[in-house]
Design a protein. Structure first.
Length: 354
């Protein structure tokens, strides 16, 4: 597969994520004026390997534009630091160097790493950013159209494990206990970037807004056209094969000052020897998790929602629901695998369903 084809596939996958997982029911027009506020919706932009768009509600058009651009700038900053696929990112440097000696990192990256370890401990390793060697193995296997051997999986798994990650808060440094470890922040970086983008918009003067990166979303403040909440459509995985834009929704969520994130295998997967393998890897087995078709987590911030959606996808419905029920102001909507596609919800999830 040549570079142009890889880029085209990457863009298509990103478009699938942003168009299929969620769409904003409210964002029907580019902008409109109310008595006091203006509402603007950005164009789609390619960031963090997927498509994103941002909505701003502000006192005037210039402020709305500035809030949108400031938010995209913040997302770009996080991407430059956290990208697993860029050789020039800070995480790439950590992956190359952190076994030989501790590597000092930025405040943002250290904050993400600390949060990641917290969720690894909370989920007993179901969420684990040291999954990099397994991610790389499955990527190469997909390119070769050959399933990894047991020996290859065992070798990659020997270099995975959040307990092998050494963080020094005094030095703001990272070190690996095992040679060949690699961090992949794919399960938390988008959420973190969304939270930081929302902060930037609020500091810039936005009265409300929505930041959407690949279907992970945070809404805050005044809704469009003065509504009390934002309405977000959640796609029904049963209808995924009908194509993007089929209009089939599992539910419409009403959100105010809250975030949602979805992990699922019905749009993103590796196709090897004609069989689909989930892109969400269970580090205990080394293979893609098939416990659930879709997991949507609703939480106060996007960082938590992003990490927990991945964790629950690996833990499965019983353990995953039990975990979410222990976390304050957090709910989940789960969809069982094909062909049943059963809907499973935490006790307070109905509060957010229109």
């Amino acid at each position: 597969m040549n570079k142009k084809h890889r880029i085209a596939i990457g863009i298509f996958v990103g478009l699938c994520l942003i168009a299929a997982l969620y769409f904003s029911i409210a964002a029907q027009k580019k902008s409109f004026h109310s008595k006091e506020l203006i509402y603007k919706d950005s164009s789609m932009r390619l960031v963090m390997g997927t498509f994103a768009h941002i909505t701003a509600v502000a006192p005037d058009s210039n402020t709305a534009d500035k809030c949108i651009e400031t938010a995209f700038e913040k997302i770009g900053e996080i991407e430059e630091l956290a990208s697993f696929h860029s050789n020039s990112s800070q995480i790439a440097y950590v992956n190359r160097s952190a076994y030989e000696a501790p590597v000092k990192v930025s405040e943002s990256i250290f904050e993400v790493l600390q949060k990641a370890v917290e969720f690894s401990e909370l989920s007993e390793g179901a969420f684990d950013i040291t999954v990099g060697p397994l991610v790389e193995l499955w990527r190469l296997s997909q390119e070769a159209n050959s399933v990894p051997s047991d020996n290859e999986l065992a070798d990659a798994r020997s270099r995975v494990g959040y307990t092998k990650l050494i963080l020094d808060s005094n030095e703001m440094s990272v070190q690996f206990a095992v040679e060949g470890m690699k961090l992949d922040l794919g399960g938390i970086a988008k959420g973190y970037a969304i939270d930081k983008a929302v902060e930037a918009m609020q500091n810039c003067g936005a009265a409300g807004g929505m930041v959407d990166i690949g279907g992970d979303i945070k809404c805050f403040g005044t809704g469009p056209k003065g509504r009390e909440n934002w309405q977000i459509g959640l796609e029904d995985p049963k209808k995924a094969d009908e194509g993007i834009g089929s209009g089939e929704l599992l539910a419409v969520l009403k959100l105010t000052n809250i975030a949602i994130a979805t992990s699922g295998d019905y749009r993103r997967f590796a196709l090897i020897e004609g069989k689909k393998y989930s892109h969400i890897i269970d580090t205990k087995t080394g293979s893609g998790s098939n416990e659930l078709s879709s997991v949507t987590v609703i939480s106060k911030n996007a960082t938590d929602a992003d990490a927990l959606a991945t964790a629950v996808s690996v833990m499965g419905p019983e353990k995953g629901l039990a975990l979410i029920e222990t976390i304050a102001e957090t709910e989940a909507i789960l969809i069982s695998p094909s062909p049943e596609f059963n809907l499973i919800k935490t006790s307070g999830a109905d509060e957010y369903i229109k």
